[in-house]
Design a binder for this molecule. Sequence first.
Ligand code: NAD
Length: 329
Amino acid sequence: MITTALTELLRIRVPVVQGGMQWVGKPPLVAAVSNAGGLGILTALTQPNPDALRVAIRETKVATDKPFGVNITLLPSINPPDYEGYARVAVEEGVRIFETAGNNPGKLINFFKSHGCIVIHKCTTIRHAKSAERMGVDVLSIDGFECAGHPGEEDIGGLVLLARAAQELKIPYIASGGFADGRGLTSAIALGAAGVNMGTRFMCTVESPIHQRIKEKIIASTEQDTIHILRSLNNTARVFKNGVSKQVVALERRPGGAEFADLRDLVSGVRGKVVYEIGDPEYGIWSAGIAMGLIKDIPTCDVLLRRIEKEAEEIIDGMRKQIKPMAKL
Ligand code: NAD
C-alpha cells in the first residue's frame, strides 16, 4: 500500500483521483473508482441543473459507501451555469470533498470551507496555486501541459511544474496531466506529489459511461493525436485531433483570426456529448490528454487501480535495488 498525505486526508486506499470530466464523471464511474480505492468525482456541470446533480449524488451513494467528491469548473460557457446552485445542493446532500477549477474560485472555495469541506483546487501555474493556498484550500491539483481540457496559457510541462510545486507549496499537491500508470504515480511521488489525478485513463475503463467505439479510438490513438483549440481566445483546451478540432484551429489561424461566435457551433459541448453517445469520434470536440499514448486496454477501475499500485510498488523496489550497488562504488 502507498500511504500519502492524500490517502490519509481523504481516507482512500490508492493515491489516485479521478478528475472532473464533462459528460464522463457520472455516478457509475465515480462509484467504481471509489469502490476500487481511489477518489471518484462527479462532474457537476454534466448534470443539466442542480436538482439533477442531487439525483446523481444520491445514485452514487447507493453504489458506494466510500468517499467521493464533486467537481465544479468555472470557465467560459455558452450557457453560464448556476454554480452556486450546484454547490449548495452538493453540500446539502452531504458531499464533503470538492474539486474546483477555473477562474475566480474564491467565492466557491469560501463557501465550501465555511461548511467544513475538503477542497482540491486545480491550477496550471504556481502563482495560481499559491493564491489558492492563501484562500485555504486543502490540496492543490497541479495540472501540467500534458492534460486534457484546459491547460491554461503558459505551457509548462509537468516535470518542471511539479518540481516548482515542491519548491513553493506548503500544502499537499497531486500531479495532474499525463498520468495513466504506476510509472506515472511513482514519478509524481518523486516530484513531491501526494498522488495523481487521472482523466483520460479513466475514460477508457469498463465503467466509463462513453461509447465503446470511443474507448477503442483512445487505444488506437497515440500521444500525437491531440490538439489545442481556443488558444487565440485565451481559453485553450486540449482535445482529440479530428476534423472538427482541425477546422477550429484553421479558423483561428486565418488572417484576422476568429471570434468565439465563429467557433461556437463547432466547439459546443452539447455536440461533444453526442460523440460519447453515438460513438463517432468525428462528430464534435471531445477532451483527451496526451496520456492517450499510454493507454492500451479497457480494464475495470478495480483492475486498473490494483495494477497501478502493484506497478508503483515494483518500480519503487526496483529503484532501491538499482541504487544500492551504485552507492557501494
Ligand atoms: P460549452 O458548450 O459551454 O463551451 C464549449 C467550449 O467553448 C468550452 O471549452 C468553453 O470553455 C468554451 N467557451 C464557451 N464560451 C466561450 C467564450 N465566450 N469564449 C471563449 N471560450 C468559450 O462547454 P461544455 O462542454 O458544455 O462545458 C461546460 C463548462 O464546463 C465549460 O466551461 C467547460 O469549459 C467546462 N468543462 C469542464 C470540464 C470538467 O472536467 N469539469 C471538462 C471540460 C469542460
